[in-house]
Design a protein around this ligand. Sequence first.
Ligand code: UDP
Ligand code: MG
Length: 160
Amino acid sequence: FLPHLIASLEQVDQTYIMVKPDGVQRGLVGEIITRFEKKGFKLTGLKLFKCSKDLAEEHYKDLKGKSFFPKLIDYITSGPVVCMAWEGVGVVASARKLIGSTDPLQAEPGTIRGDLAVQTGRNIVHGSDSPDNGKREIGLWFNEAELVHWTPAQAAWLRE
Ligand code: UDP
Ligand code: MG
């Protein structure tokens, strides 16, 4: 009884994952989705999208003063991106680990950036850095009607 009660109180988080334009152009969309799918997180939103400058600037508003900000906005708006919402206990921190360090040369082998990219300015994927930012970013990139609430058939085989 008690373990079940504790388990049911565990926080289910959401994270916003995005395949950046270089990941789409390089044909890495399936590979990137697969990493999160195989891990056992739940996909709740998915779309191919061409984002506006305004949306890119809002998404990265905390980096507005940085020297690389204009180039970052050009990069993110340079072609289609794949927007995803993923859900699960611990999904925000775990997705950051699966993605790897911001600089792909520093990212560990086995991570998405460590395996598939070589430069910070072309690091192929985004992942929210906190549960609050996960919610904020999903709200920015998706309408409520685009998000799907469902129970995967494998749920009972992923968590006791
Ligand atoms: N970025 C960059 N140059 C830098 C730092 C960051 O071009 O010196 C870009 C890079 O695409 C990075 C994004 O800005 O992914 C957001 O930076 P952040 O520090 O939030 O890294 P992340 O959370 O993506 O690992
Ligand atoms: Mg970040």
